[in-house]
Write a protein that binds this ligand. Sequence first.
Ligand code: CP
Ligand code: NVA
Length: 299
Amino acid sequence: MKRDYLRVFDLNREEFLNLINRAIELKSGRDYSKSPLIGKSVGMIFEKPSTRTRVSFEVAIYHLGGHPIYLSQRELQLSRGETIKDTAQVLSRYLNAVVIRTFSHSIIEEFAKWSTIPVINALTDTHHPCQAMADMMTIFEKKGKVEGIKIVYIGDGNNVANSLIEASALMGAKITIATPHGYEPSKQSIELAKALTDVTLLNDPFEAVIDADVLYTDVWISMGEENSSEKIEKFKNFQINSDLLRKAKKDAIVMHCLPAHRGEEITDEVIDGPQSVVLDQAENRLHTSKAILEFLLKM
Ligand code: CP
Ligand code: NVA
């Protein structure tokens, strides 16, 4: 039976932990001899731009011995009205897995329903599960554990926030989210996460950040929301800057999935400062992509 990775909760705690451990092993250069994707082709359908996800998956597939096929939306008949069902069924006859970045989460769910090969979510409007796995790996590397760590997310309750909540829950981290009123993360992700860990929702970033081990933010305006410039005014007190960072624990780390809108959700001083781990976090996308591909393709 094929498995998909559409949201963090598609994996159980043990599977998620195993994949992080495997990514750490791959990063260290140990056990790198196998090429589990030899003779396999992986499609990469991207309906939105991408630097990290596209390049890290393409390189991961190549390093594992496979063949990546990048398909922008305009290159597929999907752009001329071919159905998701037909596309998924046909591509399943050629490919061994497909990585998809799209808009509504229902699009990737529909694709996965008709696909007989594993489908990996490279970001939808409501989830970014591959990012969240790299985030947890990075926290583990920097803090030596994730369980019991206080993660504070400041900003928009978006795809990255939803997946961070779900991953924090699987790993047993305490998660606090501070957003303006009306921009809270997915109720469903919060309710499911609350069964596993402490989830706190606030509207005051200064209250949220007390005792934080990790400060995390993402853009205020996500891809597909380009006409939402009114958000900037509502979010202006939700910036990670040195005043806010000073209220966290002294050894707190600062995370951002990137790309950053410097001067909006985070200042240059903080993102380029000594507490920022954003480049290690970005690198870990490569190692976790490999672990995810290896796991889903050997099933
Ligand atoms: N963090 C992330 O997903 O970056 P890209 O949009 O560049 O893939
Ligand atoms: N929330 C952002 C994440 C980009 C990686 C977006 O969806 O544009």
